[in-house]
Design a protein around this ligand. Structure first.
Ligand code: AMP
Length: 560
């Protein structure tokens, strides 16, 4: 039987785990799960290359939980409670995500299995009582886990059975190499190891030597991104920087792109430039970058996943630095000396385009071309997750064309057709809206951006730190806390909120659904099973097929 035809019931997992899997709505194992789970249950070490969104967390979490349930049943009651599983992650966001997944998969045996997340913002002292209770699984970054291992609160010598390294290639490049080596000295001689990595590079090879014993290596025959039936990819050539802003304004304000969106930009400054620009049109968006406190970042991601926001503007700074060829060790030193010079410190454990499970993202919009093909793949991996459809749109200015060319040829490989379909948007049709765009761009001055950036950090620090206790006692208020409020250092002109009828491009009238200035919060929604959310989009290829269509945008099947 082919692995992809397997069912969860055939994998030999504990019935309580199968119940939890069913409660999550997972009908069949993904390819990586079907391949890795049986091998892991046989007790083998596994090294798996799995792309983000492939279900790799489940692939290591299920056998880990299964093994712990069995071990607890076999142990004498006095020895039944011990830390048996350790999951190492490169970023705090990934720690939170892995914990949630482990808890979800053990929901039907939550009394028997406790998972502790050490990657959160609490300090070591606050985490000690949690560890004293000996949770069954501990999740954390190598440095945090090591800090506990060096104190009295955590000991794994006698109890550890399974070690997992998630997004292993990042564990080295994020500068955890030394911490990892020290951490391994605190582990017993024999334990089972699962290493999951998006790429098999030199760092992963080094990890293999360090922690894996005669592993089964799974290099699944799947491409780094889903195929074109699940993921549509477009490139949009923009003649000027201003065209990028105009296009974005039109796409969002006229709801030509629908559903939840992640907008990627190259720098933190651009994050705020875009947020303030959209604010001019009363389009709310959150920003997500390494300057924000980790608690806020995790909260933004969790609220976005619950459907509170439609738009997140993010940077993938980590990848930018990687692309420049800097090694983390140097970066950390650099960041230390930067802080010493009083410059703003960034969180080295921030990584937004890698691994984070943003749910039901309709489209990823590369407002700035990603710095490398890896970065493109990781950004694109935020949409079309599991079996959902998704779209990637990349805006390309003339100076970015060579970079996109490199990315495009790497993605095309041996194929004859580029995966990045050209999308020719007829800018002349939206010229009437250009002066509004220029007006908004003028309001977003460097000073306004600087103020917005400072203000947001201050507000988020307040949310994160000072009110922490209050929100712990009043979790419902924490839920109501929003991160997409206007920052307003630039004056918002009331007339820009709406698009008057006379400015609506005639050919878009049938498909556009202008957003009103005062938006009501829509209830959370998903895109599972829906048609491509860019239903008003057409590529050059599609247009050739529907040559009768002359409009800038064509109504999709779900349009009236
Ligand atoms: P991951 O690659 O582990 O980050 O998982 C990506 C997304 O796929 C997560 O939202 C999971 O909940 C979802 N997922 C994982 N396994 C399955 C499955 N067998 N069926 C449906 N969804 C899944």
């Amino acid at each position: 039987m082919a692995a992809e035809d397997a069912s969860f019931a055939e994998l030999g997992l504990d019935p309580r785990l199968l119940q939890s899997v069913a409660a999550l709505g997972w009908r069949r194992p993904t390819l990586i799960q079907a391949e890795a789970v049986p091998l892991a249950l046989e007790g083998k070490d596994v090294l798996a290359r799995a792309r983000t969104g492939s279900g790799k967390t489940g692939a290591f979490a299920l056998p880990l939980l299964h093994r712990i349930l069995r071990a607890k049943e076999a142990a004498a009651s006095s020895a039944s409670q011990a830390v048996r599983g350790l999951v190492l992650v490169p970023t705090r966001e990934l720690g939170q995500q892995a914990t949630q997944m482990l808890r979800g998969l053990s929901a039907c045996c939550a009394r028997d299995l406790r998972v502790a997340d050490l990657s959160g913002p609490q300090d070591l002292a606050a985490q000690r009582p949690i560890l004293m209770e000996k949770p069954d699984v501990v999740v954390g970054t190598p440095s945090r886990v090591l800090a506990h291992l060096q104190g009295p609160s955590l000991s794994l010598q006698e109890s550890l059975e399974v070690l997992v390294m998630d997004e292993a290639d990042l564990l080295f490049s994020f500068g955890f190499e030394e911490d990892l080596k020290s951490l391994l000295c605190h582990l017993p001689k024999i334990y089972q190891t699962f290493v999951m990595s998006a790429t098999f590079n030199e760092d992963v090879q080094a990890l293999k030597e360090l922690v894996l014993h005669n592993p089964v290596i799974l290099k699944l025959q799947e491409s780094q991104l889903p195929d074109s039936s699940q993921l549509s990819q477009f490139q949009i050539q923009c003649e000027t920087e201003e065209d990028k802003f105009l296009l974005l304004y039109v796409l969002l304000k006229l709801s030509l792109v629908r559903g939840k969106l992640i907008l990627f930009v190259g720098t933190i400054e651009r994050c705020y430039r875009l947020k303030l620009f959209l604010e001019q049109f009363s389009i709310p968006a959150c920003v997500l970058n390494s300057e924000l406190p980790v608690k806020s970042r995790c909260h933004i991601i969790s609220q976005f996943n619950k459907g509170f926001y439609d738009y997140i503007i993010a940077t993938d700074e980590q990848d930018l630095v990687d692309a420049e060829g800097l090694k983390e060790g140097r970066r950390r030193k650099k960041s230390r000396s930067k802080s010493a010079r009083g410059e703003k410190s960034r969180d080295q454990e921030y990584g937004i385009s890698r691994g984070i499970d943003f749910q039901n993202v309709s489209a990823v919009l590369n407002f700035d071309v990603p710095p490398s093909v890896e970065s493109y793949i990781h950004r694109a991996g935020r949409t079309a997750r599991a079996d959902n459809p998704g779209t990637v749109l990349t805006f390309v200015s003339p100076s970015e064309r060579p970079l996109l060319g490199t990315i495009e040829s790497a993605l095309t490989g041996d194929s004859t057709e580029t995966p990045l379909q050209p999308y020719q948007f007829r800018m002349d049709e939206v010229e009437g809206l250009r002066y509004r765009c220029q007006d908004a761009m003028r309001s977003v001055t460097k000073q306004a951006i600087k103020e917005a950036r400072l203000r947001e950090i201050k507000e988020e620090l307040l949310n994160s730190e000072k009110l922490k206790t209050y929100f712990e006692d009043n979790p419902r208020d924490w839920d109501l806390l929003r991160h997409d409020k206007p920052l307003h250092p630039a004056v918002v002109k009331a007339h820009l909120r709406n698009v008057p009828e006379y400015l609506m491009p005639p050919t878009l009238r049938a498909v556009a659904r202008p957003l009103l200035g005062k938006q009501k919060r829509l209830p959370p929604r998903g895109n599972k099973g829906q048609k491509n959310p860019l239903c008003s989009f057409s590529s050059a290829k599609q247009r050739r097929q529907t040559s009768a269509t002359k409009s800038t945008a064509v109504p999709g099947p779900s349009d009236p």
